[in-house]
Design a protein around this ligand. Structure first.
Ligand SMILES: Nc1ncnc2c1ncn2[C@@H]1O[C@H](COP(=O)(O)OP(=O)(O)O)[C@@H](O)[C@H]1O
Ligand SMILES: C[C@@](O)(CCOP(=O)(O)O)CC(=O)O
Length: 510
């Protein structure tokens, strides 16, 4: 494909236009305020020439936010890494990223992740732009990148090596991974004329619990950078579904790059469902091509109990473990992965049946049995954990429902599909027992919105300040919001009281 480069003239940093694609110039973004401002005043003669020769002014972007949901994998984790189908649904827990553009004289880019006590700045002009801009290396916002380039990874090492040097090695590693993932994406998409800015992230998703926390950051970062480069159109309420899908796919492509840095070998299911929202059947049989993503319209409101073992795990570690088992027993493990694929597809068919009904015992029983089978297959891959097995034991013993691990396993979370008509008394007992044993229960709904944008970072909350244009979310307010509740009250997509005015989403359903 030929590429044509354009400078947008607004802020001095460029977008790269893909000529044969629809709506790539950002012109549709006007109703989010992202489009550049023209002053419309009339000027004549020499005055006009002088004005024309002068570099266009660079209005500073307002602070804006992006947000992306966590997910549960209902069926097919691990198998997804090996090209099999997985079913996943977005949850109401989310990450929120505040993007603040600095004044022109400030040439730094800062990552501020208070949840993991990480804060680091780089001088934009010192970064290895020339390596990333070489014609053979240069990537564009619409490119599909399926491997990290070792030369580019090596080029950012010096900028990662000094990150959190004073921190213990396990924490330093997490910080350096975040730094590396960000720099790789920033240098691939941006250019040296990028404005100084700060990316501040807060999340309501437990970290490393199998709910896709890293993917939400990947999606937020990708959406933020692509918006700053004016390469996305929308989101706006009247946007055609197909156009929205294209924007989501672009965000998702770069989110995958970020995930590759954090995980090593991700399937892409987490970032895909986080970007798109709702529920999907995902499959990536060929890594050199985009995955197949089948939205599950009308995903049922399943009565699910989500339990966090509070045992941290590493996705990279669990994925590598399954990879080694497959290398050692290719046929056997291949058969297990095929069986998981069958379970996922059977479940998708079941859910799509006209008479599937979440109030109906038979419907839930069939789905629940598929969950039990999937869990058993994951156990045989070696990715369960005694704390996960304990949840299963307690639920099975009380006859409350069907349980499987969700996400990478090795700790993290389980999901239990509750049997219809289970008494409140039984449920209370189970919850009390889990509580005593140090588990945490999560209330969340499945099928949440995907990536969302609040542009500018101003909310209307039905309070007095709405009369003066709403409440601006500044950095101090964002940083000092207390806990998950504070963050959700301040910026929450739903704010506990239905949809907030201001947040917009790319929606793929018609
Ligand atoms: N709130 C957060 N702030 C910053 N980084 C985060 C946050 N949540 C997750 N991460 C990143 O994601 C990694 C955890 O990802 P992973 O092991 O895949 O767990 P999960 O199952 O939650 O996705 C962390 O090590 C960190 O790099
Ligand atoms: C195990 C896996 O299938 C899902 C990982 O989920 P999580 O990182 O535990 O949220 C890995 C992947 O698909 O990339």
């Amino acid at each position: 494909m030929t590429t044509q480069r354009v400078t947008n003239g607004h802020s001095g940093f460029h977008g790269d236009t893909e000529p044969d694609s629809p709506s790539t110039d950002g012109s549709d973004i006007s109703d989010t305020g992202i489009k550049g401002i023209s002053n419309g005043s009339s000027i004549t003669g020499a005055n006009q020439r002088r004005k024309m020769n002068r570099k266009k002014s660079s209005p500073m972007m307002p602070a804006f936010m992006v947000s992306a949901p966590g997910k549960v994998i209902v069926f097919g984790e691990h198998a997804a890494v090996h090209g099999k189908a997985a079913m996943a649904a977005a949850i109401s827990l989310r990450s929120y990223l505040l993007v603040t553009t600095l004044s022109k004289s400030k040439r730094t880019v800062t990552l501020r992740f208070p949840d993991i006590d990480f804060n680091h700045s780089w001088n934009i002009d010192n970064l290895p732009w020339t390596t990333f801009q070489q014609p053979a290396k240069k990537k564009y916002y619409y490119d599909l990148v399926t491997d990290l380039d070792p030369e580019l990874v090596a080029a950012i090492q010096p900028y990662v090596a000094n990150v959190s040097a004073d921190k213990p090695s396990d924490i330093r590693k997490v910080h350096q991974n975040s730094a590396g993932a960000f720099l790789y994406m920033f240098l691939s998409l941006g250019s040296q004329s990028f404005p100084g800015c700060q990316y501040t992230l807060r999340s309501t998703i437990p970290i490393g619990a199998g709910l896709g926390s890293s993917a939400t950051i990947a999606v937020c970062m990708s959406a933020a950078l692509l918006l700053q480069l004016r390469t996305l159109s929308g989101p706006h309420p009247d946007q055609p579904a197909e156009e929205a899908r294209v924007q989501i796919e672009r965000i998702n492509r770069w989110a995958f790059v970020y995930e590759m840095f954090i995980h090593g070998n991700p399937s892409g299911v987490d970032n895909t469902v986080s970007a798109q929202g709702r529920a999907v059947v995902f499959q990536r049989p060929d890594y050199s091509k985009p995955p197949s993503v089948r939205p599950l319209h009308n995903f049922p409101k399943l009565p699910l109990l989500l339990v966090d073992t509070k045992t941290p795990k590493s996705t990279a570690h669990e994925v590598a473990k399954v990879g080694r088992l497959k290398d050692a027993h290719p046929k056997l493990v291949g058969t297990i992965l095929d069986a998981i694929d069958k379970v996922t597809n059977t479940s998708a068919d079941l859910i799509n049946e006209d008479n599937f009904d979440t109030e109906n015992e038979e419907s839930l029983r069939r789905l629940g049995e598929l969950m039990t089978i999937n869990h058993g297959l994951l156990v045989s891959l070696g990715v369960s954990h005694p704390r996960l097995e304990r949840v299963r034991e307690l639920v099975d013993h009380q006859g409350i429902g069907w349980t499987k691990l969700t996400g990478a396993g090795g700790g993290g979370c389980s999901i239990t599909l509750l049997k219809p008509g289970v008494s409140r008394d039984k449920l209370d007992k189970l919850e009390e027992q889990l509580d005593q044993e140090g588990y945490q229960k999560f209330e969340t709904t499945l099928g949440a919105d995907g990536v969302g944008v609040l542009w500018p970072a101003v909310l209307k909350n039905g309070m007095d300040e709405d009369d003066e244009g709403g409440m601006e979310i500044d950095l101090d307010k964002f940083l000092s919001a207390e806990g998950n509740e504070g963050v959700e009250r301040l910026v929450g997509v739903h704010g506990g009281k239905g949809e907030r005015e201001g947040w917009k989403f790319w929606r793929v359903e018609t």
